[in-house]
Design a protein around this ligand. Structure first.
Ligand SMILES: [Mg+2]
Length: 433
């Protein structure tokens, strides 16, 4: 087992699209996601208007550190590496250690710990690990919904989880991109520049260089073909499909890695999915759904290597990193916006972005306090268990030589641009923002 990782040794290289190959302006994108969902619930499910107050009204609850939403206790919890609840919010308020031990017994152990660590990152209605930029809007929303339901004492009790999942499937329904009645997609259609960053030339040049070295390149996104085209057209501006040997949209990750669904053909001229199932994938094709198993067979064929080594870049621990490693044994490069707080990372975080990614209430992302000392946080343990390396952006890696040797994650190594000093500090956000 090699302690170093290099792109040079990979035969196939895949990219997630949203928040990975295509970067979003976090401050506007997170608020838009929140508004789309909250306004739906206010209008259709009669939640009080304050559900749709800006996310930053509850700065402690927005946090990119892998908080677990525990449905049983209606609490948002930060665990340490051993499963002990270090910090918790009940509704929208942070709670004290003695209140935590009332909820979680005197050892303050969270019973979902081993299940989450072994890769089951959510169980519908029971718990949900919030681990990516999309999820960050959900922490505030769910906490407010729980608090509202708790205070309500009339006969028609709000069914928070049912409303929550219904809201997600309506407000963020990928199928409604073309319909014209989704606030979320209409905004992204009419003001893409407010929400998306253009792809820098250094990334385009790097993708071309990787292809020229004989690597098989693929785009693998859960976004539907029409939305994927909209985002890629805006970010790349040119013939973006030419950068990839195959494009897969509507992948429904993590299902893509867990189950065997057939691929369907996407008609690139009409940007729609055909009913035709594709048993064989063709080079330069565009497909939807499918499974990692069949894709992997094609990556072997196209690279001419029976033991093809594959690396996948993604920003979601739940949908990209854990299943790619666990189900396919692919290397997984974790794109972690929080690392943009570190010296030497490109695209430093804005003050607004810092307030969203970090929380005074929950403290450092990768460290926990336990009694007398400190230990790694659960989030740190999860990342280091499944990801190969962690990067502030694809652009950061594109700026380094293809044969650059990266230290793998573990014992504080494997984070780039270096040991994450800023995000280890307890009072980082207080000092800097
Ligand atoms: Mg993504």
């Amino acid at each position: 087992f090699c302690t170093m990782f290099s792109l040079k040794e990979c035969d196939a290289i895949g990219f997630d699209m949203d928040h990975t190959l295509c970067r979003y302006v976090l401050s506007t994108q997170i608020e838009l996601g929140h508004q789309a969902l909250a306004q739906y619930l206010v209008k259709e499910k009669k939640y009080p208007k304050r559900l749709a107050d800006p996310v930053l009204d509850d700065p402690n609850l927005v946090y990119c550190g892998g908080l677990l939403f525990d449905g049983q206790h209606k609490a948002l919890v930060k665990m340490d590496e051993n499963g002990k609840v270090e910090k918790a919010a009940f509704g929208t308020e942070m709670i004290s250690d003695s209140e935590i031990s009332k909820l979680y017994s005197s050892d303050m152990y969270c019973s979902h710990y081993s299940k989450v660590l072994s890769g089951t990152l959510s169980e519908k209605g029971v718990y949900h690990l919030h681990d990516n930029n999309f999820d960050m809007t959900l922490t505030v929303l769910l906490s407010r919904m729980m608090e509202i339901a708790e205070k309500q004492n009339n006969e028609t009790k709000l069914n928070v989880f049912a409303d929550f999942y219904e809201g997600i499937s309506h407000a963020w329904d990928a199928a409604s991109f073309s319909g014209g009645n989704s606030m979320f997609f209409e905004e992204l259609k009419s003001n893409p520049g407010k929400y998306l960053h253009k792809c820098p030339d250094v990334v385009k040049t790097w993708l071309k260089a990787l292809k020229a070295e004989g690597k098989v390149l693929f785009l693998l996104t859960s976004s539907h073909c029409d939305f994927a085209k909209h985002v890629m057209d805006y970010c790349f501006e040119d013939d973006w499909r030419s950068y990839f040997d195959v494009v897969i949209s509507k992948a429904k990750k993590p299902r893509f890695f867990n189950e065997q669904f057939p691929f369907k053909v996407v008609d690139p001229d009409h940007v729609c999915e055909l009913a035709t199932e594709a048993l064989e994938l063709e080079l330069n094709g565009w497909y939807s759904e499918g499974s990692s198993h069949v894709l992997h067979e094609h990556l072997k064929k196209w690279s001419g290597k029976e033991s093809a080594k594959v690396v996948y870049f993604g920003d979601s621990v739940k949908s990209d990193i854990v299943p790619a490693k666990q189900k396919c044994d692919w290397e997984a490069v974790y794109i972690m916006d929080a690392l943009r707080a570190e010296k030497g990372a490109l695209n430093p975080l804005s003050g607004h972005e810092k307030s969203l990614l970090f929380s005074e209430g929950f403290g450092p992302l990768l460290k926990s306090t336990n009694g007398t000392g400190t230990c790694n946080s659960f989030f740190c343990k999860l990342i280091e268990k499944y990801a190969t390396i962690a990067m502030p952006s694809v652009e950061y890696m594109a700026s380094l030589p293809i044969d650059f040797q990266y230290s793998r994650l573990g014992n504080g190594n494997g984070y780039y641009p270096g040991k994450p000093n800023n995000i280890l500090k307890q009072n980082y956000r207080l000092q800097e923002s």
